[in-house]
Design a protein around this ligand. Structure first.
Ligand code: ATP
Length: 212
């Protein structure tokens, strides 16, 4: 059994008086692919946003290898996130997004060029490099977001409905990437209604109940 990488103790999230979840406890181990399941509105996106530091208003404890995640600054954050709705920088082209993202993680110039080229080819984004993401289709925007998230250095990759707008080839590519990440010891946490794509990679299911 691998060592634990992420531990949640008594997590609680509420919006006003509405409790999304409370007393939520779980441990995720290194190298696991964990599927977060639950009906619409059960709090999957809410939980992933908390894990990804997109949401800092919650109660409880979240530890990454015994380090309090709340205390880790963003530039040292070990989790990369593919959110369900892509978020981009105003006015930057696809190419600039990819280069800028990779350059924040200490890669050398040649490494950045090679990495960006690899992901651009994997997701067929070559024709869109000089576009602003808002000019692209939903699927291509999603692919740019996926590439940006993969260009970061991380121990854990979190993805919220990453297959939603992808065509079959891109979905297959993403599953292959998940498989390679797992081979390289990474941990993956994802929420998806399209489990058919990656069912063979799932190690464990974490089920959220409505109003749990
Ligand atoms: N900003 C917000 N303000 C108030 N309530 C919110 C907010 N965001 C989410 N919620 C509520 O929190 C609950 C959980 O929402 P969440 O989006 O996490 O569910 P989900 O499991 O991801 O749903 P789905 O499967 O539909 O994507 C819902 O009841 C939702 O209405």
């Amino acid at each position: 059994m691998s060592a634990s990488i992420l531990t949640a103790i008594n997590l609680k999230k509420k919006y006003g008086h509405k409790i999304v979840f409370e007393n939520l406890n779980f441990t995720i181990c290194e190298n696991e692919l964990v599927l977060i399941k639950g009906p619409n509105g059960s709090g999957k996106t809410t939980l992933l946003n908390i894990l990804a530091k997109y949401d800092n208003v919650w109660e409880g404890v979240l530890n990454f290898k015994n380090i309090d995640l709340k205390k880790l600054k963003l530039h040292k954050y070990p989790i990369s996130y593919i959110p369900d709705e892509p978020i981009f920088f105003e006015g930057l082209t696809v190419k600039e997004h990819l280069i800028y993202t990779a350059s924040m993680f200490g890669y050398k110039r040649d490494e950045i060029r090679e990495l960006v080229e690899t992901y651009v080819n994997l997701f067929n984004l070559k024709d869109y490099l000089n576009y602003i993401p808002s000019q692209l289709s939903k699927g291509n925007r999603q692919k740019v977001m996926i590439c940006c998230s993969l260009l970061k250095k991380f121990d854990i990759l979190i993805a919220d409905e990453p297959f939603s707008f992808l065509d079959a080839d891109s979905a297959k590519t993403l599953v292959e990437i998940f498989s390679i990440l797992k081979e390289n010891g990474k941990t993956i946490i994802l929420s998806s209604h399209e489990t058919e794509y990656f069912k063979n990679l799932i190690d464990r299911i974490l089920e959220l109940k409505r109003g749990a």
